[in-house]
Design a protein around this ligand. Structure first.
Ligand code: NDP
Length: 246
């Protein structure tokens, strides 16, 4: 039984894709939700309306995860407007296509800033707001576990770092009754990795289930970890990949 009534969540990168599904699923289970986006103001507004349509409060915050100042402002605004923060979900990330040999180092830095430094900064800024029962859930990737094709090395590196961040933070925050977990999706049908994209059939062939996930199938794992039902789970890596690394 999942009950998030009275909980206040902050989700990063939730104007589209997996983050949007997470924001909506948290609201459907009772949470008020603040969420960030970078460019997609209209899509963010539509997500906010869907959250409000299930009777919960929604705040869409434009905040570039590459900008530490914007992260601090987003956390303050979410805490002010919602009256506190109980749940942080780090979902915003960017990908890379290309080998290390060909990689532009400016893009490498942006990838590390958005995919690794931002979850660290969000956790750091949210920590003072979290009480007993607080939750941090971060979205990694199955590519942080295994890299079955070339051209995604830097992205895989960024996601592998979240594995250690999760384990370490669970040690740091466990004494305060706060849990910290990682969800690792496999191929999931979003703008970043459409199920009808050029490499989709190959990615499908890697999975046991032979298909892509829908974003809501990742969101349900996040909702569980964010809920009181997962009170004994911390420092855990939950892979939701249809069996891609089975
Ligand atoms: P999408 O590219 O479809 O959506 C990305 C979301 O993050 C958008 O809301 C976007 O905002 C936001 N975002 C991107 N960059 C920034 C930034 N600098 N600051 C703030 N917000 C930002 O991604 P997915 O839904 O596919 O991915 C979500 C998460 O799941 C990521 O962590 C990704 O690595 C992970 N993942 C995805 C998989 C997949 O197959 N789809 C597989 C494994 C992991 P805006 O709309 O404004 O641009």
């Amino acid at each position: 039984m999942i009950d998030l009534n009275g909980k206040r969540a902050l989700v990063t990168g939730a104007s589209r894709g997996i983050g949007a599904a997470i924001a909506l699923a948290l609201a459907e289970n009772g949470a008020d939700v603040a969420f960030t986006y970078q460019h997609s103001a209209e899509k963010a507004e539509a997500v906010a309306k869907r959250i409000e349509s299930v009777g919960r409060r929604a705040i869409a915050i434009e905040a570039d995860s590459a900008d530490p100042g914007a992260i601090a402002r987003a956390v303050n605004r979410a805490a002010d407007v919602l009256g506190g923060i109980d749940i942080l979900v780090n979902s915003a990330a960017i990908g890379n296509a290309g080998t290390i040999a060909d990689m532009d180092m400016g893009h490498y830095q942006a990838l590390m800033d958005i995919n690794v430094r931002a979850p660290v900064l969000y956790a750091k800024a949210v920590m003072p707001h979290l009480g007993e029962g607080g939750r941090i859930v971060t979205i990694g990737s199955v590519l942080g576990e295994r890299v079955p094709f070339p051209g995604v090395t830097a992205y895989a590196m960024s996601k592998a770092a979240l594995n250690a961040l999760t384990r370490g933070l669970s040690r740091e925050l466990g004494p305060r009754g706060i849990t910290v977990n990682l969800v690792q999706p496999g191929p999931t049908d979003t703008d970043a990795n459409p199920a009808d994209g050029a490499a989709a059939d190959f990615q499908r062939s890697l999975t046991s289930l032979g298909r892509y996930a829908e974003p809501r199938e990742i969101a349900s794992a996040v909702v569980f970890l964010a809920s009181p039902a997962a009170s004994m789970i911390t420092g855990a890596i939950l892979t939701a990949d249809g069996g891609a690394i089975a």
